[in-house]
Design a protein around this ligand. Structure first.
Ligand SMILES: Cc1cc2nc3c(=O)[nH]c(=O)nc-3n(C[C@H](O)[C@H](O)[C@H](O)COP(=O)(O)OP(=O)(O)OC[C@H]3O[C@@H](n4cnc5c(N)ncnc54)[C@H](O)[C@@H]3O)c2cc1C
Length: 405
């Protein structure tokens, strides 16, 4: 009989799970413990509207402040869980206090990957994960200041777009031979490179950062291999994230690029579940394991975890989707395009509304849409159905994507 559920982390997956527990009638004690000082908030605007200064901090909240007391959720903020005592079924907090649990849900998210180079501690060098990070970054933003973004993934590209619109001089240094190479095909990378370049963003690929050079404790330049220097008043590093699984690892739970869970969000300990960015979970649709970083995934897995905790078997096997906003371009990626063998571009990228459809062995596995909600909606139906489109129909933008099968 479950009487007390403890949720570690107070982010997207955690609040979704707590909400689901109450909605499903769980009347026992719920304790939500988060190391940040804000209750659960949306991270996507951090590299977009919030960084631009056009969204107030309160608007980021995922639930109104009254939500927690109204639902009898004991919210402990600014507290880090230091240890899980599995045998005693207790977590120990950094203030020395202990909270017992019958079931524990780990929603510890992910953390920015560090760059192991000299000069990382200079003032003006930032990572971007939290409200506090963005408040620090924005304080240094002013027109004509030079911003160097290290990493041409989503977050780096979004920061570059926002900063450029605020009038900063922006350079992006990307180690690979094209931007967003981990998630999109060359045609989509090229399109985004051109969109940034025509707004004056300098994109340098094949650029491996070797160190940061400073003066009087503040960053002045980013130095790449080959001793090339890029002058900088500020640097934002966005080179990916790693799962925040150290607590689980120390407790002896199975971890491998994230906390290993089954499709019911169960870890290797029957009393401990996990959800969100921190998990390595199976995808029956793709027949392999993944670690995902997206709002949709945190929401869906947080919901499933809560239901499974309550003994309502709910496998988590939705096809994921993700979005990125850069300038007036909305990129929505439905599914996972890893190991595709064919890509079909629907429409002309110069029209700034097109899609890239990825197939493997004839099956549609993912679709990237740029300003194309119709294709996005169709993809969300076709991919879960293992659709096998006809290539000529797929390539013809006059034929609706849903009619390409
Ligand atoms: C700048 C930015 C932009 C993004 N943009 C998009 C986007 O456009 N679209 C999209 O789909 N996704 C986007 N994402 C990703 C999305 O926000 C994450 O996938 C989502 O927040 C994951 O939710 P989560 O609950 O797993 O983790 P989080 O929201 O990261 O919450 C985890 C919380 O756990 C806390 N924690 C960790 N360890 C402990 C501990 N030991 N004790 C107590 N607390 C702990 C952390 O401090 C954190 O507050 C973006 C992320 C960032 C950073």
């Amino acid at each position: 009989m479950l009487e007390q559920i403890v949720i570690v982390g107070a982010g997207q997956a955690a609040v979704q799970a707590a909400d689901t527990l109450r909605r499903k009638g769980f009347a026992g004690k719920i304790t939500l413990i988060g190391e940040e000082s804000w209750p659960a908030y949306q991270r996507p605007p951090l590299s977009k509207k919030y960084l631009a200064g056009s969204l107030a901090t309160e608007r980021l909240a995922l639930r109104p402040p009254s939500f927690y007391s109204q639902h009898g959720i004991d919210l402990k903020l600014g507290c880090r869980v230091q240890e899980i005592a599995r045998r005693e079924q207790r977590v120990r907090l950094d203030d020395g206090s202990q909270v017992p649990y019958d079931a524990l849900l780990l929603c510890t998210g992910s953390r920015p990957r560090k760059l192991p180079v000299d000069g990382l501690d200079l003032a003006g060098i930032h990572f971007l994960r939290t409200i506090a990070d963005v408040d620090r970054i924005r304080a240094g933003f002013a027109p004509a200041k030079r911003l160097v973004v290290v990493g041409g993934g989503y977050i780096g590209m979004e920061v570059a777009a926002t900063a450029r619109e605020l009038g900063l001089e922006v350079s992006i240094l990307e180690m690979a031979d094209r931007i967003m190479n981990r998630v999109t095909c060359p045609a989509v990378s090229d399109f985004y490179s051109m969109e940034h370049a025509r707004r004056g963003v300098q994109i340098v690929c094949n650029a491996r950062v070797r160190s940061f050079r400073g003066e009087a404790g503040s960053v002045r330049a980013v130095v790449t291999e080959g001793a090339k220097e890029y002058e900088a008043d500020q640097v934002v590093i966005g080179v990916g994230v790693v799962a925040a699984d150290e607590l689980a690892l120390a407790a002896g739970l199975e971890c491998a690029n994230g906390i290993v869970v089954d499709e019911y969000c169960r870890t290797s300990d029957a009393a401990i579940f996990a959800a969100g960015d921190c998990t390595n979970h199976p995808s029956p649709h793709y027949g392999r394991r993944f670690r995902l970083e997206s709002v949709d995934h945190a929401f869906e897995q947080g919901t499933s975890a809560a239901l499974n905790l309550l003994g309502i078997p709910t496998p988590h096997h939705k096809v994921p989707w993700f979005w990125s906003d850069q300038y007036d371009l909305k990129l929505v990626i439905v599914g996972l395009s890893h190991e595709y063998d064919t890509v079909v571009i629907r429409g002309d990228p110069s029209s700034r509304s097109f899609s890239a459809c990825y197939l493997r062995g004839g099956e549609l596995v993912a679709v990237d849409t740029v300003n194309h909600p119709k294709d996005q909606l169709a993809a969300r139906k076709l991919i879960p159905a293992h659709a096998r489109p006809q290539l000529e129909r797929l390539a013809d933008p006059a034929i609706a994507l849903r009619d390409s099968v």
